[in-house]
Structure formats: C-alpha cells, structure tokens
Design a protein around this ligand. Structure first.
Ligand SMILES: [Zn+2]
Ligand SMILES: [Zn+2]
Length: 91
C-alpha cells in the first residue's frame, strides 16, 4: 500500500493525500509536480526512475487507511547514503 507521504522530498512543500500535484517513483520517493518539471526533468533524483502522478486515495478509504504523517527528505533505494535530493539532481 502506498504510504502517501505528506511532503515533497525536494522542496518540502505539503502534499496532502488529495493533492493532484504529488508525483512518486516506484520506491515512493515523493515530489511535487513543480519540482518534477522544473528541477528533476521527470526523473527521480534518488533512483533515476520515472515519476508519475500519485493516485488519490478515496476519502472513505483514507479514514481507514490513513496517509503517512512522517515527512521524508531524500528517501530511496540506492547506495544508502542520504544525499539531499536537490544536490543529486544537480550532479
Ligand atoms: Zn517540490
Ligand atoms: Zn526514487
């Protein structure tokens, strides 16, 4: 099940579960549409994978399967070395 992380890992803006601007990769690295477009060129800076729009969980399901409240900055599979997403994107 998707965690539905509450923030963009790049700019840290809030991405509530109902946000149509949330984008995720296959590891659920989560970014806002603006970062994906303007900074990340559509690729996850952590794993290099595709970033696609995160599906919105229906409100009645959210009550039973709530979204994650743990804010994440630079998640991901990879080398286990946490590197700020922005720094990796520029590398
Ligand atoms: Zn962002
Ligand atoms: Zn990723």
């Amino acid at each position: 099940m998707l965690e539905l992380r509450p923030n963009c890992e790049c700019c840290d803006r809030d991405l509530p579960p109902g946000s149509a601007a949330a984008m995720i990769c296959s590891f659920e690295c989560t970014f806002c549409a603006e970062c994906v477009e303007t900074r990340l060129a559509g690729r996850c800076p952590n794993c290099g994978g595709e970033l696609l729009r995160r599906p919105i969980r229906p409100a009645d399901k959210l009550a039973r399967y709530p979204a994650s409240t743990q804010r994440v900055r630079n998640c991901c599979a990879g080398d286990g070395q946490p590197v700020p997403a922005v720094a990796r994107a520029q590398a």
